[in-house]
Design a protein around this ligand. Structure first.
Ligand code: SF4
Length: 350
């Protein structure tokens, strides 16, 4: 599904040198920071001009698609929105590779309308598999990985999720991201066998009451997620609640709910809907906006979990040896930083 833009600009045969740049600047002047302009045209070379221009001007090229011989480049006006008072968040200083993400399967029992990796019951399973995870866990331990995050789609759909989580937990403290709806019967047994001191559950709950959560995730899902939270807590697991929200007001409302339940700061995650995957609205994020967190899927190694099937965030298709994959991610980060340093020199013209 194409990302919805605020302005569609038909470039026709124009390039930067023959009038497109002027039209683009005029379009950006008509929108607000964070809004999107789509440039549509047949000339592939416009893409590299747009990318370079975006970097120089602190706008972002956030999506490229090709349909029936016409490219569509989507540009976000200005830099990505950040929360807080402008201080760099703690994760900006986290060493690359200290956290490792694993996408175990991609299929899911739900089809949330903002899912950033297009998971659903119809999504084909792309399984990392227990053997690969065991090798990743072994190699990760020697590479200084301090935390592992396991996500699905829904990981508890997998018959071997117990083996996968046990292997990860032996290498580093592990958090499994789940919608919490399947923690019954044999899956509850699998959960019970996991070490409480090494495994945390991060369960999605988007709102204090069912309406908004169910609107995004399906009727009756809030109630089932809540039961899952209670069940995991009753089993003695640390549970982190994770909300995906569309506005500051929704975030504030959820924060109030967590306060009223005395949920500690370390056990809460509140993030904005990202304009990736199924989402048609949300925060448009380019690679340069994201503090990288190495993310492994069956298809390779990605820059960040929020776009773990998007070509612009692929680092390398080769997972092993893991040390080489980590080195590739570090080289990619160094290239991003070199771009940023070069910009400072280019603008230092006085
Ligand atoms: S957001 Fe989570 S629960 Fe929803 S479809 Fe995606 S993976 Fe499944």
């Amino acid at each position: 599904m194409a990302i919805r833009a605020d302005i569609e600009l038909d470039a026709g045969p124009k390039t930067f040198a023959s009038g497109l740049l002027i039209e683009l600047i005029a379009a950006l002047r008509r929108i607000r920071p964070g809004d999107l302009v789509a440039v549509v045209g047949p000339d592939r070379t416009v893409g590299s001009e747009l990318e370079a221009w975006c970097r120089f001007t602190r706008n972002s090229l956030v999506d490229v698609t090709l349909e029936q011989g016409r490219y569509r480049w989507v540009i976000r006006s200005g830099e990505a929105p950040t929360e807080g008072d402008g201080e760099a968040p703690a994760e900006a200083h986290r060493p690359l590779g200290s956290r490792l993400w694993l996408y175990t399967n991609f299929d899911c029992n739900l089809r949330c309308d903002y899912c950033c990796v297009r998971s659903s019951p119809k999504a084909p399973r792309r399984a990392l598999g227990s053997e690969r995870v065991q090798r990743i866990a072994r190699e990760a331990a020697s590479l200084g990985v301090g935390e592992i995050f396991v996500t699905g789609g829904e990981p508890f759909l997998l018959g071997d999720i117990g083996d996968i989580l046990t292997a990860c937990a032996a290498a580093a403290p592990t958090t499994v991201l789940t919608n919490g709806m399947l923690l019954v019967e044999r899956r509850l047994k699998i959960l019970r066998a996991l070490p409480r001191d090494r495994v945390t559950l991060q369960i999605s709950l988007d709102s204090p009451t069912p309406a908004r959560h169910d609107h995004h995730r399906g009727a009756g899902t809030w109630a089932k997620a809540w039961k899952g939270i209670e069940r995991a807590q009753a089993e003695g697991f640390r549970v982190r609640l994770a909300a995906t929200v569309a506005t500051d007001a929704e975030a504030a409302e959820f924060r109030q709910f967590l306060d009223s339940r005395q949920i500690s700061e370390r056990d809460r995650v509140i993030r904005r809907i990202a304009l990736r995957g199924f989402a048609t609205q949300g925060v448009a994020l380019a690679r340069a906006d994201l503090v990288p967190e190495i993310t492994i899927t069956a298809d390779g190694v990605y820059w960040h979990p929020v776009g773990a099937e998007d070509a612009d965030l692929l680092v390398t298709p080769d997972i092993f040896p893991l040390a080489d994959a980590f080195a590739a991610a570090r080289r990619a980060l160094e290239r991003e930083r070199a771009h940023a340093r070069r910009l400072a020199t280019i603008f230092n013209c006085a």
